[in-house]
Design a protein around this ligand. Structure first.
Ligand SMILES: [Zn+2]
Length: 350
């Protein structure tokens, strides 16, 4: 597929990032017609939702969510619905007008849709784009055009990080590879999944990028003055890449965690229990890491969770940045995710 053939490019300065030879795997495209990142119908029987253990975990999730983090409670809908919390469907979100791009921080720009987010991290030596939208046309229309609106040159995208191997994050990767020679970074597990067996596919998703750079837990993705610390947070996929990095505004620096895959929409039912346990463990570990690193900014690649569009709309010169939710709220967000996962596990086990 010449579409994916990388041209000769300067090497990415990455520590411990191994370049893997592309192995042409048979792609088993599962025409499930499902939406990648929204909660899927894997609901337990209604009686299980009423079990005391499920209710105990959901109560802990609601307590952690407070009024400001209720968006994450939709994860608990797999176990039992949260009254008053309505989730727009992926189709509804896709049909909504593209929000204006905006700078969340001096070095971080939102260039996504209502459905899925691409984040542009600017460095002293080019741009790192995290996620690539559903397909080439969306990549051109949304992050590419959005960056230009913000005065950023998409030709400077040296590195494209694909957070995980679902098409709403890799589908537009070819646009950046072909036009700008961007290098593509993903985890080993999700490169393998993209090569050998997509768990979801849709006709409007672009094909997976050709295997390029693989990262492992603890690696640093470096470009210019910027380092992104890689944390593999299994569950949503087994190789979901979550990133830790500094964001700056004026003279202030904050530590950010960009969570790579949030919903419990496990495609392969046979392995859903270990995947959900992986998610439970990953959120517990992330809480410890976030506490150690004083993470005050918690970001998602779906607006439905971090409400980035709404936060951009609330930004005012000289006022507190709404993306800086603080260390305590970051802990609470991870607790909501963790407790919703435990509620779901309890429901499946009931
Ligand atoms: Zn996904």
């Amino acid at each position: 597929m010449p579409f994916f053939k990388p041209r000769a490019r300067p090497p990415l300065r990455a520590e411990a990032v191994g370049e893997e030879a592309f192995r042409a795997g048979r792609r088993q495209l599962l025409a499930l017609g499902c939406a990648c990142c929204a909660a899927m119908a894997l609901a337990p029987n209604p009686a299980a939702a009423q079990s005391p253990l499920v209710q105990q975990h959901l109560a802990a999730a609601r307590a952690a969510a407070g009024d400001d983090l209720r968006a994450y409670l939709r994860l608990g809908e797999v176990a039992a619905p949260t009254p008053g919390l309505r989730s727009a469907s992926p189709a509804e979100l896709r049909a909504m007008a593209t929000p204006p791009p905006g700078r969340a921080f001096d070095n971080l720009a939102f260039v996504g849709s209502r459905w899925v987010t691409a984040w542009a991290i600017t460095t002293s030596d080019g741009i790192i784009l995290v996620d690539a939208m559903d397909n080439d046309a969306d990549a051109e229309r949304i992050p590419d055009a959005g960056m230009r609106q913000l005065g950023l040159d998409p030709a400077q995208i040296r590195t494209l990080v694909v957070s995980h191997g679902h098409g709403d994050h890799y589908g537009g990767a070819g646009h950046f590879v072909r036009r700008y020679g961007s290098r593509v970074v993903c985890s080993e597990a999700d490169w393998t999944m993209m090569e050998t067996g997509l768990e979801f596919d849709r006709p409007d998703w672009g094909r997976p990028p050709r295997r390029d750079l693989a990262v492992r837990d603890g690696d640093m993705i470096r470009l210019g003055d910027t380092a992104l610390e890689v944390m593999i947070t299994p569950g949503h996929t087994m190789g979901t890449v979550t990133l830790l990095f500094d964001v700056r505004q004026g003279g202030r620096t904050h530590r950010a965690m960009m969570w790579g895959g949030t919903a419990f929409n496990f495609g392969a039912r046979a392995d859903r229990i270990p995947r959900l346990q992986g998610y439970i463990d990953a959120t517990a570990r992330a809480r410890e890491i976030a506490a150690r690193q004083n993470v005050e900014v918690f970001l998602s690649n779906h607006n439905v969770y971090d409400e980035a569009v709404e936060k951009l709309g609330r930004m005012r010169p000289g006022a507190a940045n709404p993306f800086v939710i603080g260390a305590a709220a970051t802990q609470r967000a991870l607790t909501v995710m963790h407790e919703c996962a435990r509620a779901t596990m309890a429901a499946w086990s009931a």
